[in-house]
Design a protein around this ligand. Structure first.
Ligand SMILES: NC(=O)c1ccc[n+]([C@@H]2O[C@H](COP(=O)([O-])OP(=O)(O)OC[C@H]3O[C@@H](n4cnc5c(N)ncnc54)[C@H](OP(=O)(O)O)[C@@H]3O)[C@@H](O)[C@H]2O)c1
Length: 409
């Protein structure tokens, strides 16, 4: 696909290709008929030539290149960013391995997607690179995995549908998640790194990712839910959702970038079900999640948890990943009381199978549909999935078998 007009060797480079999620992105690029049909030039990339060679053997593909580049080697990052139009990165913790790569992508006009959930790291990227990326028309789009695509696209779909049907904005959107899946060692390493580096206060900032001067006056009214609640919109008991401190900040940045309604309110929860058992589960979860968050701030508790957790490079079994699933039900309300409802859902472990699909389709949107993306070819900045990829990503994920639906009026 790389054209004479753009002399770069590759359309997409998959950085972190030897990691647990990285290998799944390679499988996606090597196997999916719709990806193969695009005839892309793509490369696997990472720090270890030996590990990349093993990946190449496991997923043979004739058009696959190999790029060796260590994350802290600025010259190697420059070379990588110059050689490709799009970088897809799974090399995390991103606060440890992602900063040089993003800087190189901004320098060389290379679009970038990743699956970080590390909001304080992204806040640093916004401060450092947003203006330059905007001037240069480079799209830097973190959070393209299970954090935070279902949340961000739910909010976008609810808003769009409210305008289409009623000519009004959503003033409130709520999402209720049900998930079946496991944890990767890499995910836990990223969480422990955020906590150990003393960034809990930044993570608690409800509008951490909002552009300067775009925080609502009533910021405290948006505080993270901690208790159980019965919500008539979902006819179910809900409890705190562990990803919500990431996802809500991302949706609020989208709200600011895309101009959702003034005072716009987004919250999300874990759906526990109906009846007294669900009520008890919501209460237990609320207490458990509150106390575990406090406990993990203590260094000895964190060290013990780290010893017991799966190590980087490890993750759930193939059978367990195939048996996983997620559902994100959403409800939007307008100021005059109009309502829209919808669902984003897929089979497969959300942190692996669904994350791989969302990330790879995000990279493909940048590689082959740049003109159709929000803002057009020249739009750039530190963007969110909804503001940087928008409806193109919705269509791509539907075509890849994911459910993204809005209920009929
Ligand atoms: N958004 C989501 O829903 C979601 C889901 C899953 C994971 N994640 C995030 O994705 C990241 C990866 O997860 P994972 O389970 O795949 O972790 P992993 O298996 O530990 O993979 C980490 C990758 O980083 C690479 N790396 C480590 N040090 C490096 C260095 N100095 N230079 C270059 N590369 C280096 C590793 O290379 P080697 O192979 O050479 O060691 C490996 O490829 C984590 O940050 C995790 O939190 C997000």
């Amino acid at each position: 696909m790389a054209t004479a007009k753009d002399s770069r060797t590759y359309d997409v480079a998959l950085y972190g290709a030897s990691g647990f999620v990285g290998r799944q992105t390679v499988a996606y690029f090597a196997d999916q008929p719709h990806v193969k049909a695009l005839g892309l030039k793509w490369a696997i990339a990472g720090r270890s030539a030996d590990k990349l060679e093993a990946v190449r053997k496991d997923f043979p593909a004739s058009n696959m290149g190999v790029l060796v580049a260590e994350a802290h080697d600025a010259a190697a990052m420059d070379k990588l960013a110059r050689s490709t139009r799009v970088v897809l990165s799974t090399a995390g913790p991103f606060a440890l391995y992602g900063s040089e790569l993003v800087a190189a992508c901004v320098r060389h006009g290379t679009h970038y997607v990743d699956i970080t959930g590390e909001t304080p790291w992204v806040k640093g990227l916004i401060d450092q690179h947003h203006d330059e990326a905007q001037r240069k028309g480079v799209r830097i789009i973190p959070f393209c995995g299970f954090d935070s695509i279902p949340s961000d696209l739910s909010a976008r779909l609810a808003n769009e549908t409210m305008w289409e049907r009623f000519g009004e904005a959503c003033t409130q959107v709520k999402a209720a998640f049900s998930i079946r899946g496991g944890f990767n060692g890499g995910t836990l390493a990223s969480l422990f790194n955020m906590l150990a580096s003393g960034q809990s206060d930044a993570m608690a900032d409800l509008f951490l990712l909002n552009p300067e001067g775009k925080r609502p006056a009533n910021a405290d009214a948006h505080s993270d839910p901690i208790g159980p609640r019965h919500d008539p919109d979902f006819s179910a008991w809900l409890g705190p959702f562990m990803m919500s401190t990431i996802n809500t900040r991302v949706v609020r940045r989208s709200a600011a970038l895309l101009g959702y309604a003034d005072g716009y309110d987004y919250q999300e929860y874990l759906r526990l079900g109906r009846g007294p058992v669900a009520a008890m589960a919501a209460t237990t979860l609320s207490v458990g999640s509150f106390t575990s968050q406090l406990a993990l701030r203590l260094s000895p508790v964190r060290k013990l948890a780290q010893q017991l957790a799966p190590k980087p490079g490890a993750g759930p079994s193939e059978a367990s990943m195939d048996g996983g699933s997620f559902r994100c039900q959403f409800v939007g309300h307008s100021a005059s009381g109009k309502t829209v409802r919808g669902l984003i859902a897929d089979k497969g472990d959300p942190g692996n199978r669904a994350t791989t699909k969302m990330l790879c389709e995000s990279a493909l949107a940048l590689a082959v549909q740049l003109d159709a993306l929000p803002g057009g070819r020249l739009h750039g900045g530190l963007l969110t999935p909804a503001s940087g990829l928008g409806d193109v990503l919705v269509q791509r994920l539907r075509a890849a078998g994911m459910t993204l639906q809005v209920d009929p009026a």
